[in-house]
Design a protein around this ligand. Sequence first.
Ligand SMILES: Nc1ncnc2c1ncn2[C@@H]1O[C@H](COP(=O)(O)OP(=O)(O)OP(=O)(O)O)[C@@H](O)[C@H]1O
Length: 262
Amino acid sequence: MSLRNAGLSFGERVLWEGLDLDIHPGEFFAVLGPNGSGKTSFLKVLLGLQDLGSGTATINGGPLQRGNRGIGYIPQQRPFAADTPLRARDLVGLGVDGHRWGVRLRGRGHRDTVDALLAEVGSSSYADAPVGRLSGGEQQRLRVAQALAAEPRVLLCDEPLLSLDLHHQQAVSGLINRQCHEKNSAVVFVTHEINPIIDYVDRVLYLAGGRFRVGAPEEVMTSEVLSELYGSPVEVLHHEGRIIVVGLPGTAAHHHHPAGEV
Ligand SMILES: Nc1ncnc2c1ncn2[C@@H]1O[C@H](COP(=O)(O)OP(=O)(O)OP(=O)(O)O)[C@@H](O)[C@H]1O
């Protein structure tokens, strides 16, 4: 995926401008930033759901289009309605064969694939439960399994670890990492918290206050870079492989810097 001189604004509000970026197969690309900095909007551009204000976005040299089967998406969590007429295994099954039209041949192979995916995300025990009755974290694990089912070449994840306990955060981030580094998919992973994925991330896009910075985590997650992005002193501490950011302003929405890369 490539962005060239990409910009996105809503009214007076500049989310980013002048973004040049190539995201490659097998790359784990994290998108960080405070509420409202434009992380979800960035994913929507890659999904073909949001037009850029300026510049271009392409995939394999062609335009980004909605409904591209090569792109998997784990949306920001929204609970299913209590009466959703799907069982857990049906939801995952849609990821396996949802793209095929006509008569669906759902034999043993289909069931085995779904069972394996359910096991990978720790959902076997509620495979036959109606999705609307499951907890937020249980539903989220099913969305992850559904997205992985299609073995997407590009996997876009919008805070997929939200509402998961530590054990399932590790399991799910490990699965997404495998899709990336073993199966050579490009992963774009929106998150507020880099630590659960710190061992996997190749590059970071940090958005804040209309500015951005792209680079390896050790280049971007520094006191100097974050202080410059936020326009106020921010301290980045390293402790036992974790990154602790101290002094973040409540929200970047109040900052009005000229847009662009710092
Ligand atoms: N279609 C739209 N029209 C107008 N404003 C929009 C539109 N989509 C997003 N915005 C605004 O753009 C800003 C960025 O939104 P976005 O959802 O991309 O932020 P985010 O970084 O994902 O935030 P969060 O961390 O809270 O999920 C917000 O202020 C939002 O209100």
